[in-house]
Design a binder for this molecule. Structure first.
Ligand SMILES: [Fe+2]
Length: 415
């Protein structure tokens, strides 16, 4: 039987390898640019995820560890004030030095030390740091998703609309009719419990009351959303939340991000380039405000996060994830039960991101990981086509400000 140490080392190697394999299609220039303050350059993702292990494991738990360059502590800190000051987030794209080569050397420096730490740390030290290492690997996986969402946005901002890589051609097909799945009322427990890894914001497990509700068995499709667009959904303030209508005016939204009105029809930008809009695919890259307005127009609403979790807790975690290499949401299959809970696109919920009753952030600087963002953001559930498979679970709470559209986020209706 493999011991915990060997298992963690193997996971460490495979997660770190995955990040680098996602960068294989990139040219040097692609690593450096930052297309907006919310997105980070690929190079920064590579360095920051290494900084995490250096700061929270090696500097604290490995006697004699020497950082490759002490200035990286400032350069690649994201938002941990307890660690120290940091480079301004909107200016990450200005860091032309260290070079891409330097950043890879930094990764290898950290990886070598981490391999040594995982092999040689005495049992109490290993015990003390194994959770933080697992947290660091989950952090790497979050940045794998961000790496692709940020690259997609950077390519979109380039008038040449370059592609990340080639994908096999997918023929358009008809959408399966939408069905409603019923759930009875009751008191149910949601949230994380047990020994498997989860972020602090998923705990504690607690009871909630849910009135009877229905969930759409699949995600809203492009074809359905196009009806909202062509019927003037973006011109009717009565469908929109006040903040949403203001955002729609300020940003001049007329359709989801990455949609282009072409001749003859709508097109959609993907990591594989521009192509015609497939009506059966899930609509994606919509803000919370658009999801909410669409739901109102459709005579429905968005689910609460508790409803989503109650519906998902007994459903196996399957779907089109990062590893399936589509990097784009695909149409629902013929299944009649709840589908597309995971993979394809995250789903906006109408729940504000806040603490579960009795929530305790992690101790020390890592308490800044999740807890301090519990204001002004909405919870998303599920996982997307660029989420690693092992990163998805029914208790997972993702969160973004309601205006954000560059993540792979779609719509599941409730009523
Ligand atoms: Fe991070």
């Amino acid at each position: 039987m493999k011991n915990a140490r060997a298992e963690l080392l193997e996971t460490y190697r495979s997660v770190r390898r995955m990040t680098e394999s996602l960068c294989e299609p990139l040219e040097t220039e692609d690593y450096v640019i930052q297309s907006m303050p919310d997105a980070s350059p690929a190079k920064w993702h590579l360095a920051h995820t290494s900084w995490f292990f250096e700061t929270f494991v090696l500097a604290k738990g490995m006697p004699g560890y020497r950082p490759l360059d002490p200035r990286y502590r400032y350069l690649f800190n994201s938002y941990y004030y307890a660690v120290g000051p940091m480079h301004a987030r909107p200016e990450r794209g200005l860091i032309s030095r260290p070079t891409v080569g330097d950043v890879y050397a930094y990764r290898h420096h950290v990886d070598e030390a981490m391999h040594r730490f995982l092999e040689e740390a005495d049992p109490p030290t290993f015990e003390r740091f194994s959770f933080v290492i697992t947290l660091g690997l989950n952090h790497c996986q979050q940045h794998q998703e961000l790496l692709l969402t940020d690259l997609k946005h950077a390519f979109w901002k380039n008038p040449l609309l370059p592609t990340y890589r080639k994908y096999p051609h997918i023929a358009a097909k008809d959408a399966v009719p939408l069905r409603w799945i019923e759930f009875g009322e009751g008191v149910r427990a949601i949230g994380h419990a047990g020994h498997e890894f989860a972020f602090d914001n998923e705990s504690p497990r607690h009871r909630v009351f849910a009135a009877p509700f229905q969930l759409a068995h699949r995600l809203v499709t492009n074809g359905e959303y196009l009806e909202f667009v062509t019927s003037g959904g973006y011109e009717k303030p009565e469908l929109w939340l006040s903040d949403g209508w203001n955002a729609r005016l300020e940003e001049n939204w007329n359709a989801p991000l990455y949609w282009l009105k072409g001749d003859p029809g709508w097109q959609q930008f993907t990591l594989g380039g521009l192509r015609e809009l497939h009506p059966a695919e899930p609509v994606c890259h919509v803000s919370y405000y658009e999801a909410d307005a669409y739901a109102r127009w459709a005579g429905a609403r968005l689910p609460t996060e508790a409803e989503w979790e109650i519906a998902a807790m007994d459903v196996p975690v399957t779907g089109r994830f990062l590893e399936s290499q589509h990097h784009h949401p695909g149409p629902a299959g013929e299944e009649r039960a709840l589908t597309q809970l995971y993979g394809d696109a995250w789903q906006w919920t109408q729940s504000a991101y806040s603490a579960y009753p009795g929530y305790k952030p992690l101790k020390g600087a890592l308490g800044e990981y999740n807890g301090k963002f519990m204001s002004g953001q909405m919870v998303l559930r599920g996982a997307s086509c660029v989420t690693p498979r092992s990163h998805a679970r029914s208790t997972y709470r993702n969160f973004f400000p309601p205006k954000m559209r560059w993540q792979f986020v779609g719509i599941r209706l409730a009523s």
